[in-house]
Design a protein around this ligand. Sequence first.
Ligand code: FAD
Length: 320
Amino acid sequence: MSEVLVVVDHVDGAIRKPTLELLAIAKRLGEPAAVFFGGSDKAGEVAEKLKAFGAEKIYVVDDAEIKGYLVAPKAEALQQLVEKASPAAVLFVSGYEGKEVAARLAIKIESGLITDAVDVEADGGAPVTTQSVFAGNYTVKAKVTKGTPIITVKPNSTSPVEEAGAGTVEEFSATISDAAKTAQIVAQQPRKASGRPELTEAAIVVSGGRGTGGNFEPIEGLADALGAAVGASRAAVDSGWMPHTFQVGQTGKTVSPQLYVANGISGAIQHRAGMQTSKTIVAVNKDDEAPIFELVDFGVVGDLHSVLPAATEKINERKN
Ligand code: FAD
């Protein structure tokens, strides 16, 4: 069985959950082989975790010549690894960096690229992906017809499977050209931690719209009770109530959580575009004719300022 490379998304060795989801997808397609860019000090711990979630092999790529630069060195290293390992596919997490490295790799190895898949199945030969396109109005099945399939997969497309693989660690050293090192990182500052999960990766998202009237406390209270990320409609962002990084929709972020709770959001097409692939959708809106109710699994007609605190209280009671 051929290897399926999974490029590990991590911060200082802390593996993000979407990588574990990719390992579950890789298992459907062949032998999961993770690719970790990082120092050897973190490699042992990282390898243990990847192994626990099904990695048969872990390629540790020393990032000494990679980490101080933007994406080009990573694409170059992956090109060399693909040439050596001849994998059946290469999977990335759909994020800004993942998509850019994937695109550069696809050009280098003259392979087809599919971005933002929400599912990947094995269909005998090449993997078949599912994408949700045109503001979620069409579902498209696609496969790569040239070269090694390169696929970026959205977070929450599947659940991680805790089933140990062989976890063989193999060091891989790449040769990075000077041309790949022309865009250097001169400073970086981590975003202040909110204590909540990242919006695009969260399993649960609680969003607020114009109906909040600018008071996001009930939204944040429910989000914290559920361990969820906070999102917002463009109306809430344009009003200056929340930063743009919280916006869900066509011109904001696309989320696909297990549970999306829309509060005081009417359900405009541009908002739906960013959330309608969520597995379960719940809405709280005081207008029983709000379009959001057309796509919900569960709807509450009521004032969010009373419904949400009541729900939060009950959830906290159950948790204790
Ligand atoms: P509204 O449409 O004003 O809805 C507010 C809702 O709150 C209403 O349904 C109302 O009944 C309800 N409500 C009021 N008070 C309460 C209460 N106390 N309790 C419960 N419910 C209450 N929008 C996005 O969200 N994301 C995007 O990325 C995006 N991109 C866009 C791109 C383009 C090119 C364009 C033209 C528009 C875009 N929009 C986007 C804007 C979009 O068309 C809508 O205007 C926006 O989504 C509306 O936000 P809203 O639902 O919060 O506000």
